[in-house]
Design a protein around this ligand. Structure first.
Ligand SMILES: Cc1cc2nc3c(=O)[nH]c(=O)nc-3n(C[C@H](O)[C@H](O)[C@H](O)COP(=O)(O)OP(=O)(O)OC[C@H]3O[C@@H](n4cnc5c(N)ncnc54)[C@H](O)[C@@H]3O)c2cc1C
Ligand code: FES
Length: 295
């Protein structure tokens, strides 16, 4: 298909030229795609469904990490898993890939909750970057804290933070330069002894912070998380422990990503306690944690 084409009013099919590729250790890639229509309506938590190569018919879902509506680009971060991501990693600047997007319901922060906690693990980091940028731009007075975890080297150069986090040991100060530039305190957790990173799980680091908050501060916290399912379950439990609202972004295998096949359905508890099947692609991927993991 050539050119951009509107689909379902808000999801577009676009032939997106690759304008930049950055390569990081352990086969991780950040790719910038020229996709003006997608960039215009993307929200944090939404994703693209990308054709990795003409020889692979089934597209793959990848979160949008950044979207610039003015300049018409979106950025994705991915690591090589199997044939799809391997094929995508071979695409170069100047090549064109077909994308469908933005797909899905993203995160919905409450403006009055001024202390959002964003937790991203591994390839769950991208939507947290997007959400942090949105909170910075659109939620004046909001003071997010971002916690990222990885057991392989982080997909960015670590820098030392100058933003104060008095509740943390001074040597836990490695950060993501992009978020540091935005003035958003960000701390990193890993079990791999990386320089300046918290030695433990993202949820341990999050708990340390939550324990320092007074009741009126806790009332302003809500949690947003994306990452592997065990991490999301641990985050959901943490939210329950502190009685906090929590949204999680789920991953499921996707055949169509436009709501047609129900292959990505998960069971979700409704307000009245009844269980219903919801499609991760179009009803999610973001859900209230308590409705998918209990609580
Ligand atoms: C909403 C959403 C957002 C995602 N965002 C990112 C991201 O930002 N960065 C990133 O690196 N990865 C992300 N993933 C996971 C990514 O889609 C899979 O790693 C990728 O599809 C694997 O394809 P493959 O061919 O390389 O691997 P294979 O394992 O060979 O894939 C075989 C099949 O399984 C499917 N599949 C495998 N793992 C997953 C998975 N975890 N989720 C869904 N389908 C899977 C593939 O689509 C393919 O159909 C996301 C998944 C979802 C659902
Ligand atoms: S992947 Fe087909 S309905 Fe979600």
């Amino acid at each position: 298909m050539t050119g951009a084409q509107q689909n379902r009013n808000t999801i577009y099919v676009e032939d997106a030229a690759i304008t930049d590729v950055r390569i990081f250790p352990d086969n991780q890639f950040i790719m910038r795609l020229n996709a003006p229509r997608c960039a215009r309506t993307a929200t944090p938590g939404s994703f693209i469904f990308i054709r990795c190569d003409e020889s692979i018919s089934m597209r793959r879902p990848l979160s949008i990490m950044r979207a610039d509506a003015t300049n018409g680009w979106v950025e994705i971060l991915f690591k090589i898993v199997g044939a799809g991501m391997l094929a995508l990693s071979k695409q170069q600047r100047g090549d064109t890939v077909s994308i469908i997007g933005p797909v899905g319901q993203g995160f919905e922060p409450f403006p009055e909750r001024r202390l959002p906690l964003l937790i991203g693990g591994g390839v769950g980091i991208p939507p947290m970057v997007f959400l942090a940028e949105m909170l910075k731009n659109d939620y004046p007075g909001c003071r997010p804290l971002v916690i990222m975890g990885s057991e392989i080297p982080f997909p960015f150069e670590l820098s030392q933070s100058k933003l104060v986090t008095p509740w943390l040991a001074k040597n836990v100060n490695s950060t993501m330069p992009l978020l540091e530039d935005w003035g958003i305190p960000t701390r990193l957790a890993s079990l791999q002894n990386y320089d300046g990173c918290f030695d433990g799980y993202v949820t341990d680091l999050a708990r340390d912070w939550l324990n320092t908050l007074a009741a009126d501060e806790l009332a302003q916290v809500e949690i947003f998380a994306c990452g592997p399912t065990p991490m999301l379950k641990a985050v959901a439990l943490l939210a329950q422990e502190f009685n906090l609202r929590c949204e999680v972004s789920l991953e499921e295998f996707m055949a169509c990503a436009v709501g047609g096949c129900a292959g990505c359905a998960v069971s979700v508890k409704g307000d009245d306690g009844t269980i219903a099947m919801r499609r991760v692609c179009v009803d999610g991927p973001v859900f209230d944690a308590a409705t998918v993991f209990g609580g």
